[in-house]
Design a protein around this ligand. Structure first.
Ligand SMILES: Nc1ncnc2c1ncn2[C@@H]1O[C@H](COP(=O)(O)OP(=O)(O)OP(=O)(O)O)[C@@H](O)[C@H]1O
Length: 289
Protein backbone atom coordinates (compact mmCIF):
# COMPACT_ATOMS: atom_id res chain seq x y z
CA UNK A 1 0.00 0.00 0.00
CA UNK A 2 1.30 3.45 -0.88
CA UNK A 3 1.99 5.72 2.04
CA UNK A 4 2.84 8.57 -0.34
CA UNK A 5 0.87 8.88 -3.56
CA UNK A 6 1.23 11.72 -6.06
CA UNK A 7 -0.65 11.69 -9.33
CA UNK A 8 -0.37 14.29 -12.09
CA UNK A 9 0.93 16.71 -9.50
CA UNK A 10 1.25 20.30 -10.71
CA UNK A 11 2.83 23.32 -9.00
CA UNK A 12 2.85 26.63 -10.79
CA UNK A 13 4.67 29.61 -9.29
CA UNK A 14 3.46 33.00 -10.37
CA UNK A 15 5.79 35.96 -10.06
CA UNK A 16 4.26 39.03 -11.66
CA UNK A 17 3.36 38.05 -15.19
CA UNK A 18 5.81 35.15 -15.25
CA UNK A 19 4.59 31.64 -14.64
CA UNK A 20 6.98 28.85 -13.73
CA UNK A 21 5.72 25.29 -13.92
CA UNK A 22 7.89 23.68 -11.26
CA UNK A 23 5.95 20.40 -11.34
CA UNK A 24 4.19 19.40 -14.54
CA UNK A 25 2.19 16.27 -13.81
CA UNK A 26 4.46 14.29 -11.52
CA UNK A 27 3.61 10.71 -10.51
CA UNK A 28 5.13 9.08 -7.47
CA UNK A 29 4.17 6.23 -5.20
CA UNK A 30 6.17 5.24 -2.12
CA UNK A 31 5.29 2.29 0.10
CA UNK A 32 5.36 2.41 3.89
CA UNK A 33 8.84 1.54 5.15
CA UNK A 34 10.58 2.24 1.83
CA UNK A 35 13.63 4.46 1.43
CA UNK A 36 14.00 6.22 -1.91
CA UNK A 37 16.36 8.78 -3.40
CA UNK A 38 15.10 11.56 -5.66
CA UNK A 39 17.61 12.85 -8.21
CA UNK A 40 17.45 15.40 -11.02
CA UNK A 41 19.17 18.44 -12.51
CA UNK A 42 19.02 21.79 -10.77
CA UNK A 43 15.59 23.33 -11.27
CA UNK A 44 13.88 20.03 -12.12
CA UNK A 45 11.44 20.39 -9.20
CA UNK A 46 12.95 18.24 -6.44
CA UNK A 47 12.72 20.85 -3.67
CA UNK A 48 9.22 21.81 -4.77
CA UNK A 49 8.12 18.18 -4.44
CA UNK A 50 9.68 17.90 -1.00
CA UNK A 51 8.11 21.18 0.22
CA UNK A 52 4.71 19.90 -0.89
CA UNK A 53 5.22 16.57 0.87
CA UNK A 54 6.40 18.45 3.96
CA UNK A 55 3.17 20.49 4.01
CA UNK A 56 5.14 23.73 3.63
CA UNK A 57 3.91 24.43 0.10
CA UNK A 58 0.55 23.62 -1.52
CA UNK A 59 0.17 22.03 -4.96
CA UNK A 60 -1.73 23.83 -7.74
CA UNK A 61 -3.47 20.71 -9.12
CA UNK A 62 -3.34 16.93 -9.21
CA UNK A 63 -3.43 14.47 -6.33
CA UNK A 64 -1.13 14.18 -3.34
CA UNK A 65 -1.91 11.88 -0.44
CA UNK A 66 0.31 11.05 2.51
CA UNK A 67 -1.03 8.54 5.03
CA UNK A 68 -4.66 9.57 5.57
CA UNK A 69 -4.07 13.18 4.45
CA UNK A 70 -5.12 14.80 1.20
CA UNK A 71 -2.53 17.55 0.73
CA UNK A 72 -4.78 19.52 -1.63
CA UNK A 73 -7.66 19.72 0.82
CA UNK A 74 -6.10 20.45 4.20
CA UNK A 75 -7.29 23.20 6.50
CA UNK A 76 -4.69 25.36 8.22
CA UNK A 77 -5.19 23.41 11.46
CA UNK A 78 -4.78 20.09 9.59
CA UNK A 79 -1.56 21.37 8.07
CA UNK A 80 -0.14 22.17 11.51
CA UNK A 81 -1.13 18.71 12.75
CA UNK A 82 0.25 17.06 9.63
CA UNK A 83 3.62 18.81 9.97
CA UNK A 84 3.82 18.02 13.66
CA UNK A 85 2.78 14.35 13.54
CA UNK A 86 3.13 12.83 10.09
CA UNK A 87 6.33 14.24 8.56
CA UNK A 88 9.79 15.18 9.73
CA UNK A 89 12.04 17.40 7.61
CA UNK A 90 15.82 17.73 7.42
CA UNK A 91 17.26 20.64 5.43
CA UNK A 92 20.56 20.95 3.62
CA UNK A 93 21.94 23.81 5.71
CA UNK A 94 23.04 22.15 8.92
CA UNK A 95 22.72 25.43 10.84
CA UNK A 96 19.08 26.00 9.81
CA UNK A 97 18.04 22.67 11.36
CA UNK A 98 19.29 23.62 14.82
CA UNK A 99 19.30 26.54 17.27
CA UNK A 100 22.73 28.04 18.11
CA UNK A 101 22.11 28.43 21.86
CA UNK A 102 20.34 25.11 22.47
CA UNK A 103 22.03 21.81 23.22
CA UNK A 104 21.16 18.68 21.23
CA UNK A 105 18.95 17.45 24.06
CA UNK A 106 17.09 20.78 24.26
CA UNK A 107 16.51 21.10 20.53
CA UNK A 108 15.20 17.52 20.24
CA UNK A 109 12.79 18.37 23.06
CA UNK A 110 11.20 21.32 21.18
CA UNK A 111 8.87 19.44 18.79
CA UNK A 112 7.81 17.07 21.59
CA UNK A 113 7.02 19.97 23.94
CA UNK A 114 5.02 21.61 21.13
CA UNK A 115 3.06 18.36 20.80
CA UNK A 116 2.47 18.42 24.59
CA UNK A 117 4.15 15.13 25.28
CA UNK A 118 4.69 14.42 29.00
CA UNK A 119 8.15 15.38 30.26
CA UNK A 120 9.25 11.87 31.18
CA UNK A 121 8.33 10.48 27.73
CA UNK A 122 10.20 13.36 26.12
CA UNK A 123 13.34 12.65 28.09
CA UNK A 124 13.13 8.96 27.23
CA UNK A 125 12.54 9.59 23.52
CA UNK A 126 15.44 12.06 23.30
CA UNK A 127 17.72 9.50 24.95
CA UNK A 128 16.61 6.77 22.57
CA UNK A 129 17.18 8.97 19.51
CA UNK A 130 20.61 10.18 20.63
CA UNK A 131 21.59 6.56 21.25
CA UNK A 132 20.22 5.20 17.95
CA UNK A 133 21.95 7.93 15.96
CA UNK A 134 25.27 7.43 17.74
CA UNK A 135 25.42 10.94 19.22
CA UNK A 136 24.77 10.28 22.91
CA UNK A 137 28.00 12.16 23.71
CA UNK A 138 26.57 15.29 22.05
CA UNK A 139 23.50 15.49 24.33
CA UNK A 140 24.69 18.59 26.17
CA UNK A 141 26.63 20.21 23.34
CA UNK A 142 25.52 23.17 21.28
CA UNK A 143 25.88 23.17 17.44
CA UNK A 144 29.21 25.06 17.57
CA UNK A 145 30.64 22.23 19.68
CA UNK A 146 29.68 19.52 17.15
CA UNK A 147 30.97 18.42 13.73
CA UNK A 148 28.80 18.91 10.63
CA UNK A 149 27.94 15.21 10.58
CA UNK A 150 26.94 15.26 14.25
CA UNK A 151 24.80 18.35 13.65
CA UNK A 152 22.94 16.65 10.80
CA UNK A 153 22.38 13.56 12.95
CA UNK A 154 20.90 15.79 15.66
CA UNK A 155 18.71 17.32 12.92
CA UNK A 156 17.51 13.80 12.02
CA UNK A 157 16.72 13.20 15.70
CA UNK A 158 14.70 16.45 15.85
CA UNK A 159 12.79 15.43 12.71
CA UNK A 160 12.01 12.01 14.21
CA UNK A 161 11.13 13.18 17.72
CA UNK A 162 7.35 12.93 17.29
CA UNK A 163 7.56 9.53 15.55
CA UNK A 164 6.54 10.70 12.07
CA UNK A 165 5.66 8.10 9.46
CA UNK A 166 7.69 9.96 6.82
CA UNK A 167 11.17 11.49 7.00
CA UNK A 168 12.01 13.97 4.23
CA UNK A 169 15.56 15.15 3.66
CA UNK A 170 16.52 17.82 1.08
CA UNK A 171 20.19 17.43 0.15
CA UNK A 172 21.05 16.58 3.77
CA UNK A 173 24.65 15.85 2.83
CA UNK A 174 25.06 18.79 0.45
CA UNK A 175 27.37 20.78 2.72
CA UNK A 176 29.44 17.83 3.94
CA UNK A 177 32.61 16.15 2.72
CA UNK A 178 32.44 12.60 1.33
CA UNK A 179 33.23 10.75 4.56
CA UNK A 180 30.83 12.80 6.67
CA UNK A 181 28.19 12.56 3.99
CA UNK A 182 28.45 8.75 4.04
CA UNK A 183 28.06 8.84 7.84
CA UNK A 184 24.87 10.94 7.64
CA UNK A 185 23.46 8.80 4.87
CA UNK A 186 24.15 5.68 6.92
CA UNK A 187 22.23 7.30 9.79
CA UNK A 188 19.22 7.75 7.48
CA UNK A 189 19.39 4.10 6.42
CA UNK A 190 19.70 3.05 10.04
CA UNK A 191 16.58 4.91 11.19
CA UNK A 192 14.70 3.59 8.15
CA UNK A 193 15.49 0.02 9.25
CA UNK A 194 15.31 0.59 13.01
CA UNK A 195 12.10 2.66 13.22
CA UNK A 196 10.46 1.61 9.92
CA UNK A 197 10.09 5.29 9.00
CA UNK A 198 9.59 5.90 5.27
CA UNK A 199 12.48 8.01 3.95
CA UNK A 200 12.55 10.29 0.89
CA UNK A 201 15.95 11.86 0.32
CA UNK A 202 16.76 14.41 -2.40
CA UNK A 203 20.36 14.27 -3.49
CA UNK A 204 22.82 15.30 -6.18
CA UNK A 205 25.30 12.74 -4.98
CA UNK A 206 25.43 9.58 -7.14
CA UNK A 207 27.27 7.67 -4.40
CA UNK A 208 24.24 8.29 -2.16
CA UNK A 209 21.57 7.40 -4.70
CA UNK A 210 23.51 4.23 -5.57
CA UNK A 211 22.96 2.92 -2.06
CA UNK A 212 19.16 2.82 -1.98
CA UNK A 213 16.97 0.20 -3.56
CA UNK A 214 15.02 2.73 -5.56
CA UNK A 215 16.04 6.01 -7.18
CA UNK A 216 13.46 8.24 -8.81
CA UNK A 217 14.68 10.69 -11.45
CA UNK A 218 12.77 13.92 -12.05
CA UNK A 219 13.13 15.79 -15.30
CA UNK A 220 11.25 19.02 -16.09
CA UNK A 221 8.87 18.62 -13.16
CA UNK A 222 7.93 15.04 -14.04
CA UNK A 223 9.01 11.62 -12.91
CA UNK A 224 11.06 10.45 -15.88
CA UNK A 225 12.55 7.15 -14.74
CA UNK A 226 13.15 4.88 -11.77
CA UNK A 227 16.17 2.71 -11.07
CA UNK A 228 15.57 -0.37 -8.96
CA UNK A 229 18.50 -2.16 -7.36
CA UNK A 230 18.59 -5.67 -5.96
CA UNK A 231 21.34 -7.93 -4.76
CA UNK A 232 21.86 -11.12 -6.73
CA UNK A 233 23.96 -14.11 -5.69
CA UNK A 234 25.95 -15.91 -8.39
CA UNK A 235 26.44 -19.71 -8.40
CA UNK A 236 29.88 -19.32 -6.81
CA UNK A 237 28.30 -17.39 -3.92
CA UNK A 238 29.50 -13.92 -4.98
CA UNK A 239 26.92 -11.22 -4.51
CA UNK A 240 26.54 -8.22 -6.74
CA UNK A 241 24.03 -5.41 -7.18
CA UNK A 242 21.86 -5.36 -10.27
CA UNK A 243 20.44 -1.96 -11.23
CA UNK A 244 17.60 -1.80 -13.73
CA UNK A 245 16.12 1.38 -15.16
CA UNK A 246 12.37 1.68 -15.70
CA UNK A 247 10.26 4.32 -17.41
CA UNK A 248 7.32 5.57 -15.37
CA UNK A 249 3.80 5.07 -16.71
CA UNK A 250 0.98 7.30 -15.47
CA UNK A 251 -2.61 6.24 -14.80
CA UNK A 252 -3.63 7.03 -18.35
CA UNK A 253 -0.85 4.74 -19.64
CA UNK A 254 1.47 7.54 -20.85
CA UNK A 255 5.16 6.68 -21.00
CA UNK A 256 7.96 8.99 -22.09
CA UNK A 257 10.49 7.59 -24.55
CA UNK A 258 13.95 8.94 -23.65
CA UNK A 259 15.33 11.47 -26.10
CA UNK A 260 18.38 9.29 -26.96
CA UNK A 261 16.07 6.48 -28.03
CA UNK A 262 13.88 8.78 -30.10
CA UNK A 263 16.85 10.35 -31.80
CA UNK A 264 18.54 7.03 -32.49
CA UNK A 265 15.51 5.90 -34.51
CA UNK A 266 14.54 9.36 -35.77
CA UNK A 267 11.13 9.06 -34.11
CA UNK A 268 9.18 12.28 -34.22
CA UNK A 269 5.43 12.59 -34.04
CA UNK A 270 3.99 9.14 -34.66
CA UNK A 271 5.13 5.70 -33.57
CA UNK A 272 3.63 2.30 -34.29
CA UNK A 273 2.88 0.17 -31.24
CA UNK A 274 2.44 -3.58 -31.39
CA UNK A 275 1.47 -5.97 -28.65
CA UNK A 276 3.68 -9.05 -28.75
CA UNK A 277 3.78 -11.98 -26.36
CA UNK A 278 5.08 -10.58 -23.09
CA UNK A 279 6.12 -7.18 -24.42
CA UNK A 280 5.19 -4.18 -26.55
CA UNK A 281 7.27 -2.89 -29.45
CA UNK A 282 7.51 0.73 -30.59
CA UNK A 283 8.48 1.37 -34.23
CA UNK A 284 9.06 4.64 -36.07
CA UNK A 285 6.13 5.38 -38.39
CA UNK A 286 6.74 4.18 -41.98
CA UNK A 287 6.73 7.72 -43.38
CA UNK A 288 9.45 8.79 -40.95
CA UNK A 289 11.97 6.14 -41.87
N1 LIG B 1 9.08 30.39 -4.80
C1 LIG B 1 9.30 30.29 -6.12
N2 LIG B 1 8.88 31.25 -6.99
C2 LIG B 1 9.08 31.16 -8.31
N3 LIG B 1 9.72 30.11 -8.90
C3 LIG B 1 10.16 29.12 -8.12
C4 LIG B 1 9.99 29.15 -6.68
N4 LIG B 1 10.55 28.03 -6.15
C5 LIG B 1 11.04 27.33 -7.20
N5 LIG B 1 10.82 27.97 -8.37
C6 LIG B 1 11.19 27.50 -9.73
O1 LIG B 1 10.64 26.21 -9.92
C7 LIG B 1 11.55 25.36 -10.61
C8 LIG B 1 11.85 24.13 -9.75
O2 LIG B 1 12.61 24.53 -8.60
P1 LIG B 1 13.10 23.54 -7.46
O3 LIG B 1 13.75 24.36 -6.42
O4 LIG B 1 11.98 22.66 -7.06
O5 LIG B 1 14.18 22.67 -8.25
P2 LIG B 1 15.31 21.67 -7.68
O6 LIG B 1 15.25 20.49 -8.57
O7 LIG B 1 15.10 21.47 -6.24
O8 LIG B 1 16.63 22.49 -7.94
P3 LIG B 1 18.02 22.51 -7.06
O9 LIG B 1 18.63 21.16 -7.27
O10 LIG B 1 18.79 23.61 -7.72
O11 LIG B 1 17.63 22.80 -5.65
C9 LIG B 1 12.76 26.21 -10.93
O12 LIG B 1 12.61 26.71 -12.24
C10 LIG B 1 12.69 27.33 -9.89
O13 LIG B 1 13.29 28.48 -10.39
Amino acid sequence: MSLILCESLVRIYQTGSIEVQALQGLDLSVDAGEMIAVVGASGSGKSTLLSILAGIDAPTAGRAHVDQWDLLAMSRADRVRYRRQTVGFVRQQTASNLVPYLSAKQVIDLPMAAARMPKRDRRERAGELLETLGIADCADRRPSQMSGGQQQRVAIAVALANRPRVLLADEPTGELDTTTSAEVFEALRHVNREFGVTVVVVTHDPSVSGQVERTVAIRDGRTSSEVLRRTATAENGDTHVIAEEYAVMDRAGRVQIPREYREALAMTRRVRLALETGHITVHPAEDQK
